[in-house]
Every structure is written in C-alpha cells, then in structure tokens.
Design a protein around this ligand. Structure first.
Ligand code: HPA
Length: 283
C-alpha cells in the first residue's frame, strides 16, 4: 500500500481506539480561536504529539490537539492549533490532518484563520468569508507522487470554496449583525508580515486578505473531494500608504476578541449541516 495511505490508517487507528464514530465536519482553528472547542460535547482529545505522523505545533496562540466529539448532535473533529509552512514543515506534513479527517468520514472542512485586510473598507475584527484564493506560498502540497485513491492528479480548482456555504455563512453573519464580507485570500509562507510594496502588490493582483495558512489545507481538501468553508478574521488593516506596524501579539489579541463572532457563524453552519444530515441520513 502507498506510504501516505499507510500513515493515514495508522493515525485513524489511534483515534478510533478512543473515538470510533463517523465524523461529518472537520474544523481547523486558527489564531485565537481555540475557544470554539469548549462547545464540543463528549470530547475525546488527542495531543498532536500522541498521533502518529502528526507534527507538533510551535506557533504562538496555538494549542496543539485534535478534539473529537459532538456539537448539536453532529460528530466533528476539530484541530485546536494547526501547522504552518513558516514553522519549517513541508506542505504535505501540514495537511496530513486533513487526510486523516477525510478518512474519519468528514465531507465538510471548515478552515479558520487570521489575516491582514487590504480592502480600505476592512475593519479589525471583521469576518471574511473566503470565496477564492491565490497560492503564493511557492509550493503545493499536491506536488510529487499522486495516489489516485486519495484524489486526482490534476484537481479542478474552479470553485474551491463551496458556493452554498459562502452564501449561508454571509446570511448567518447578516442575521446576527456580524460585520462580514466575502474576499480573496492570498496565501503566503511568512513568517514576516508584509512590506508596503507587498501589500500593494497583493491588492493589485486581486487579493482582499493575506495570511499564512488556509491555502494548503484547502488544496488537499478539494483534492480529497471535500466541501470547504474558509472563514478568516481581519486582525490588521494593511493599507500601504498608511501602514501601521503589526505584531504577533496584536494579531492574537484581535482574533481572540472576534472569536465569538466566528464561533456564532460556525455554530450556525453546524446547525444547517445537522438539518441537512437529518434530511439525508447515512445509508
Ligand atoms: N499578513 C500575513 N498574515 C497575517 C497578517 C498579515 O498582515 N495578519 C494576520 N495574519
């Protein structure tokens, strides 16, 4: 059997010994968003270092564990903390948990993040529902040998983020008076925040927000046939002609303050999925 599939089986084997359920939704929680995990009931927790082939998260503001359980009677798996390209891992290592969540049964992946907002209308703390991305990481997690059993060699990327889920997320935010707009996410390697010239460039090429995650996980999720919802909190507004310095602490602070809004939208999405699953039960 192919090496990657063997590794996925080893990781799912470890999870299933403690939590043997079919998951429906996968959740990747970015900077400051770990508190969403508090809503998970009957949770089984797995520190990343206890799972075969997982790397350990070193980023500030990220606790590294996988939490399996239920929210609104829907089985889900949440990554509290994630891995980043700037930590020195390969994109294949970073996205391994997505493969594992897919093998555990999910068909929807919700990817959250913090990002710099480049639209003059952006405000710190506002929510971006990602409707497309530009991969400027200089690498691709799908490069190299392709296992056809995991996905196609040349995956289509004409609509990586699910159009219905984008509309639903925007509606949920609107109904709850949460400032939100759709946007194009530019994915970069980091770890530095951008120069004025870089922000100007990213805006010029069609970007609305820029961040150091989301793109690799989404590429692998689409390759694996998953629906993807990408939610990002604008933590710093990056207008090249009026740029203020940004620190990692600022980003965590704003993301944590906005976490409740993100949690409300995610809860709404889970409720909608619960309804969908009730209408289409497992065969
Ligand atoms: N650039 C890149 N990543 C980020 C930013 C930014 O300005 N803010 C939060 N994550």
């Amino acid at each position: 059997m192919d090496e990657l599939r063997k590794q996925i089986e080893q990781a799912t084997g470890t999870i299933r010994r403690k939590w043997n359920h079919q998951a429906r939704i996968g959740l990747i929680l970015g900077t400051g968003l770990g508190r969403i995990v508090e809503q998970i009931e009957q949770a089984a927790e797995f520190p990343f270092e206890s799972l075969p082939h997982f790397c350990q998260s070193t980023a500030t503001g990220h606790i590294g564990k996988l939490v399996c359980g239920q929210v609104k009677n829907v089985n889900l798996i949440a990554m509290q903390g994630r891995f980043h390209f700037y930590e020195g891992y390969t994109l294949q290592q970073i996205t391994f948990p997505v493969r594992v969540m897919k093998a555990m049964g999910i068909d929807l992946l919700i990817v959250t993040s913090a990002s710099g907002g480049m639209d003059p209308a952006h405000r710190p703390g506002q929510l971006i529902v990602i409707d497309d991305h530009i991969n400027l990481m200089g690498d691709n997690p799908l490069a190299g040998f392709n296992d056809e059993q995991l996905g196609p060699r040349f995956p289509d990327m004409s609509q990586p983020y699910d159009a219905d889920l984008i509309e639903t997320a925007l509606r949920l935010a609107r109904e709850r008076n949460i400032p939100a707009q759709r946007g194009v996410y530019v994915g970069v390697k980091g770890p530095n925040y951008e120069t004025r010239a870089e922000y100007r460039f990213f805006r010029t090429i069609g970007g609305d927000v820029v961040g150091m995650s989301t793109v690799p996980e989404t590429l692998v999720a689409v390759h694996a046939g998953l629906r993807v919802l990408g939610l990002s909190t604008v933590t710093n507004v990056c207008l090249p002609d009026a740029l203020e310095p940004t620190t990692g602490e600022d980003v965590i602070e704003v993301a944590s303050r906005a976490a409740d809004n993100m949690a409300v939208v995610i809860e709404g999405i889970i409720e909608e999925e619960a309804r969908r699953l009730q209408a289409n039960p497992l065969p």
